[in-house]
Design a protein around this ligand. Structure first.
Ligand SMILES: Cc1ncc(COP(=O)(O)O)c(C=O)c1O
Length: 396
C-alpha cells in the first residue's frame, strides 16, 4: 500500500517536503500506525503538534459536535465556538495580553505580530535573533536566520537585522528609537533546542522598554506547557507585548494566534488584517477542547516530570557514547546533538518503531506528546541508544 500512496503524492504533490518512505494512517496518544499496520512511538508529534496526543478523545468529541453544527463562519459575524475559544485563550495567556488576533498557522501568527508591531509603533525596524526560526512566509522568513530558507527568495522585507541569541549586549547595540520590535523564541526550536542563559530574557525585556520597542515572543513551539510551564517565558518571569502561538493549539487542527496587550491590539483598524478561515468554528472548538484538556490534566507539570526523566535518560545515553556531543532542553522540548550526520540513525530508529524529529544534520529533537507514557519513553530511549551504538560501531 505504501507504494501506491507514495506514487500518488510524488506524482501530484509539489516537492515541498523531503519525505521519509512511511505513510502514517492512524494515531492514538503517543502511537501512530503506518499503511502496513506497523506501530511507532511518536517522539516528534508532527513537530510538536500532537501535544495532547493523537486523536485526543476530548478533541474528537468537540470536533464531532461542532462538525454537525457549523464548519465555517466569516469573522464579520459572531460565533459561539469562537467566543468560547478566545475567552479560554486569553485567560490562559500571560497577564496583560488581553486580545487574540486569530490565524491558521504559525507563520501567519508571526505575520500578524510583525504587522501589529509596525502599526502600533509606526516604526519599521525589527531585530530578530541569529538561529531563529519563525516560519516561511515573507514576513516571518525575514525574521528567520537560516540562509537555506532565505537566500533563494530575496528580496525579503526591509528593516530586519539579527542579534546574537543569548547576548544582551549584541541586542542592545542594534535596538534604537526606530526599532518597532524585537522578536525571539524563548527557547529556540528549529536550531536545535537552544535555552538562553539565565537572566537573558529579562535583559531583552529591559532593552525593549528603554527604547519604546515591543517585545514579540514566539511560543509556537515552546508554548502550551511543552517546557514545563504553560509559556516558556514564565521560566524567566518575562511577559511580552505580543506572543505568537500555534502548533498544538488546535489538538491537531490548524489554528494560531498573535496575542497582544489591549493597547497594541487596539492600534489595528477593522479590516486591516483579516483572513477568510481565521477563527473558523471547527478549529476553535478543537482549540477550546485542547486548552481545557491542558488545564484539567495539568500538562505543564507532567511535561516537567516526564521531561526530567527523558533528559536523565538521554544524558545516560550521552555518557555511554563518544558520538554524542550534548543533551539540552527544558521539559519535553529536548535535543541530543551528535558529532555526525544522523540521517541513517533516524531511518534505523524508524525501522525499530520510533519516530523522532531532527534539527540540522546532527541533532535529534524530541517533542513527544505531553501525555506520553513512561514505558513509551523508556522504549524510545532504548532505541535511540541502540542506533547511536550502531553508528559508533560503523554499521551504517
Ligand atoms: C518557533 C516557531 N515559529 C514559527 C513556526 C512556523 O509555524 P508553521 O510551520 O505553522 O508556519 C515554527 C514551526 O516550526 C516554529 O517552531
Amino acid at each position: 500500500m505504501i507504494e501506491q500512496i507514495r506514487g500518488l503524492e510524488d506524482a501530484y504533490e509539489a516537492h515541498a517536503f523531503n519525505k521519509f518512505p512511511i505513510a502514517i494512517m492512524r494515531g492514538k496518544g503517543s502511537l501512530v500506525w503506518d499503511s502496513e499496520g506497523k506501530e511507532y512511538i511518536d517522539l516528534m508529534s508532527g513537530i510538536g503538534v500532537a501535544l495532547v496526543g493523537h486523536c485526543n478523545d476530548s478533541v474528537i468529541e468537540a470536533v464531532r459536535e461542532q462538525s454537525g453544527k457549523l464548519l465555517t463562519c466569516h469573522g464579520s459575524y459572531y460565533n459561539d465556538a469562537r467566543a468560547g475559544f478566545v475567552e479560554r485563550l486569553v485567560k490562559a495567556a500571560p497577564r496583560g495580553l488581553g486580545k487574540a488576533l486569530l490565524t491558521n498557522t504559525g507563520t501567519e501568527s508571526v505575520e500578524a505580530a510583525i504587522k501589529l508591531a509596525r502599526r502600533h509603533t509606526s516604526r519599521k525596524k525589527v531585530v530578530a535573533m541569529k538561529g531563529a526560526f519563525h516560519g516561511k512566509t515573507y514576513g516571518a522568513l525575514s525574521a528567520t536566520w537560516s540562509k537555506k530558507y532565505r537566500d533563494p527568495f530575496g528580496p525579503l522585507l526591509d528593516g530586519f537585522g539579527f542579534a546574537e541569541y543569548g547576548d544582551a549586549r549584541s541586542l542592545e547595540s542594534m535596538v534604537d528609537g526606530d526599532t518597532a520590535a524585537v522578536i525571539a523564541e524563548p527557547v529556540q526550536g528549529e536550531s536545535g533546542v537552544v535555552v538562553p542563559p539565565e537572566g537573558y530574557l529579562k535583559e531583552v525585556r529591559e532593552i525593549c522598554d528603554r527604547n519604546g520597542t515591543l517585545l514579540i515572543l514566539d511560543e509556537i513551539q515552546s508554548g502550551l506547557g511543552r517546557t514545563g510551564k504553560m509559556w516558556a517565558s514564565e521560566h524567566w518571569g518575562v511577559v511580552p507585548d505580543i506572543m505568537t502561538v500555534s502548533k498544538g493549539l488546535g489538538g491537531g487542527l490548524p489554528i494560531g494566534a498573535a496575542l497582544a496587550t489591549d493597547e497594541v491590539a487596539g492600534s489595528l483598524k477593522g479590516g486591516e488584517h483579516t483572513s477568510t478561515f481565521a477563527g473558523n468554528p471547527l478549529s476553535c472548538a478543537a482549540g477550546s477542547a485542547t486548552l481545557d484538556y491542558i488545564a484539567k490534566n495539568d500538562l505543564p507539570s507532567r511535561a516537567k516530570e516526564k521531561g526530567d526523566v527523558l533528559k536523565a535518560g538521554l544524558s545516560k545515553v550521552a555518557s555511554a557514547h563518544r558520538l554524542v556531543k550534548e543533551v539540552r532542553g527544558l521539559g519535553l522540548m529536548l535535543a541530543l546533538q551528535t558529532r555526525v550526520d544522523i540521517h541513517s540513525m533516524l531511518l534505523s530508529a524508524q525501522a525499530k518503531g520510533v519516530i523522532t524529529a531532527y534539527s540540522g544534520r546532527d541533532t535529534f529533537r524530541f517533542l513527544p506528546p505531553l501525555v506520553i507514557e513512561d514505558a513509551q519513553m523508556a522504549r524510545g530511549l532504548e532505541v535511540v541508544d541502540g542506533v547511536i551504538g550502531e553508528a559508533e560501531a560503523g554499521r551504517f
